[in-house]
Design a protein around this ligand. Sequence first.
Ligand SMILES: Nc1ncnc2c1ncn2[C@@H]1O[C@H](COP(=O)(O)OP(=O)(O)OP(=O)(O)O)[C@@H](O)[C@H]1O
Length: 288
Amino acid sequence: MSQSTVHIRSSIAASSGDEMSPLAGGNSLRIAGVSKTFVDGERMVEALRPVDLAIQPGEFVCFLGPSGCGKSTLLNIIAGLEQASSGTIFANEKEIRGTGTDRILLFQEAALFPWLNVQQNVEFGLRQARMPRKQRAEVGQHYLNMVGLSGFEHSYPHQLSGGMRQRAAIARALAIDPEILLMDEPFGALDAFTRDKLHSQVETIWHETRKTVLFVTHNVREAVALGDRVIVFAPRPGRIIRDFPIDLPRPRSLEDYQLVDKAAEILEVLRGEMQKQEQEDEFGSLIH
Ligand SMILES: Nc1ncnc2c1ncn2[C@@H]1O[C@H](COP(=O)(O)OP(=O)(O)OP(=O)(O)O)[C@@H](O)[C@H]1O
């Protein structure tokens, strides 16, 4: 780890009041019995049955499943934006209580400030952390180069393509050096070509930074292309049904036959689960 990275961490920790986890051991996440039931007046929605998961430092883990199976709910709980109904989450064996600069959430729509240019957006968190201007510029430029946006420092979000906006959001997240990147369908709104390009960029960035990445997607091939593990969710109620290790060589191509085969295997499991669910629903409606 470079000296400047250490410096970024300590200055952010000092100014935000966050206690950052130890640098040397990297990071890890432990999810112990985490569930969520939304209570909406009289109505209760069991969004997530208890989840137990251990995520290794630097792992790239994809959460895959159809709409409504609790993927975003789990990600939001990990981010500290949503409170679990039961269970605990530990980052580096330290219990998570709310948001923190160690976990940054990225959404489908890159949440950039429209009134700031790319450089100002990327430096935003560093400014909050009161990093000196010169150092802020160096760190910002480093991550802008990493996502291939050098030359666009002075552009405003509305002047960028969707893919470029998403890359700027990634640079902004990386600039504050989180341990864990939480990505909620970050490429869901992009065309297939841009998406494909971003897959390889994200893989390269992950390789260079060795962040722990949790990546939510509906897309089976995307999950297999990126993940060290693909964790499959099923809906009604939301729950984890399988945890597939993906040991295909990297970099991966969406057209690779091994990747296509693995995606087909996962899809088969998911289809089987959905069919089982439909039969149960049908049976349930017959006896009620
Ligand atoms: N604030 C809320 N109040 C009530 N129910 C909610 C709330 N947020 C989510 N839910 C419900 O919880 C369940 C899980 O939602 P969640 O958004 O986590 O699923 P998802 O797998 O991420 O879906 P998608 O892929 O469509 O984003 C759904 O039934 C949803 O309607």
